[in-house]
Ligand binder design. Structure first.
Ligand code: AQP
Length: 335
């Protein structure tokens, strides 16, 4: 970590196949940040068990996600790449922060309410505590900036509140982090219900394009995407959520501005829009998929990356945790 450089922290859950929503809303924006900032990127496996997982699949998804991080351009030489459960300080800080987080504020979290509805048979304490664990992830590394999609904004705000609350109750300890929301594609929506977020755990396959989908699947899913009854192609998230979503995906993958995309598709039909969006996604994903496959096959290399990453992350995390323990009045363990 270099003195004076801002610190970035973010992560994705290995809860299934990563979607183009996860990619455009978060992962893609991390790549360029590596040059300018001290970056720490985590595979947040502890978050993922707040929803029932098949253990063998969770293990595979964890390696697959790390390989995807690197295939997209995250470099273990430039950034710290690690798995959350390898650094016990995440769980340890969560306990301390739990004692300053109020049940009322946790109950109001949108994701908790959504996931409680979706998993009514498994509303566990971890699901409710998810945002406190996320606050610990961020605060342990004294992160200045947290690049996430719009859906995670409320959780970053909770991390800010907990940092400020701790700092004023004890003394300045945590950097109060800011949220970085990308200007384009901060919320990609479902291809089948364009008013709902595209989620990797959506059981409807046609609603989601994953980073692992092949050419035919991508073409088919966009062909079936829900649009609307008139024929005009323009951004209007209120009245034309389906078309606006397709345009956002196009802008996200091509780097074209919203205005230029509207001009490009003026007078064209929905069929052409869908085909061109699919082409842009296929072109961007093909090289990533090839590299991901190559990396995922080299387990020894991935394990070595994670070992180094965990060692580096642990050093920083333990420094913060020791400070926190001292501030709350825990006596240090004799060495
Ligand atoms: N649809 C989306 N559009 C833009 N950004 C998105 N993100 C998620 N969905 C979209 C961003 O991806 C990052 C990682 O998300 P996560 O895995 O930690 O959890 P999530 O937000 O709950 O993502 P999913 O896909 O909806 O996962 P499941 O289905 O497991 O709950 C975050 O930065 C998020 O903002």
């Amino acid at each position: 970590m270099e003195q004076g450089k801002k610190v970035i922290f973010s992560g994705i859950q290995p809860t299934g196949k990563i979607t183009i929503g996860n990619y455009l809303g978060s992962l893609k924006n991390w790549i360029g940040m590596q040059e300018e900032f001290d970056c720490i990127f985590c595979v947040v496996d502890m978050h993922s068990i707040t929803v029932t997982q098949v253990p063998s699949e969770l293990r595979k998804n964890t390696f697959d996600l790390l390989a995807l991080y690197m295939a997209c351009g995250l470099s273990p030489e430039k950034s710290i790449l690690f798995v959350q459960s390898h650094v016990p300080a995440h769980a340890e800080l969560t306990w301390v922060l739990n004692t300053i987080a109020y049940v009322g504020e946790m109950n109001r979290m949108t994701q908790f309410k959504d996931k409680s509805r979706k998993h009514a048979d498994n509303i566990n304490m971890g699901l409710m505590d998810y945002p406190v664990l996320m606050a610990s992830d961020i605060l342990l590394y004294q992160a200045d900036l947290v690049p996430v999609g719009v859906d995670q904004k409320q959780h970053v705000e909770l991390a800010r509140n907990l940092a400020q609350r701790f700092n004023s109750r004890y003394s300045p300890t945590f950097v109060v982090p800011d949220c970085y929301i990308p200007p384009v594609a901060a919320k990609i929506t479902s291809l089948q219900d364009p008013t709902a977020k595209m989620s990797k755990s959506d059981p409807n396959e046609n609603a989601v394009v994953t980073m692992f989908d092949d050419k035919d699947a991508i073409t088919r899913k966009f062909k079936r995407a829900v649009t609307d009854s008139d024929t005009e192609i323009r951004f209007d998230r209120e009245k034309k959520p389906g078309v606006s979503n397709l345009l956002s995906i196009y802008c996200g993958f091509t780097g074209v501005t919203e205005k230029a995309a509207e001009e490009e598709f003026a007078g064209k039909g929905y069929g052409e829009l869908k085909a061109r969006v699919a082409e842009s996604v296929i072109a961007a994903l093909e090289p990533i998929q090839r590299e991901q496959k190559r990396l995922a096959a080299d387990k020894a290399y991935l394990e070595a990356v994670l070992k180094t990453g965990a060692e580096k992350a642990e050093r920083i995390a333990n420094r913060t945790l020791e400070k926190v323990y001292r501030k709350v009045g825990f006596i240090p363990r004799a060495r």
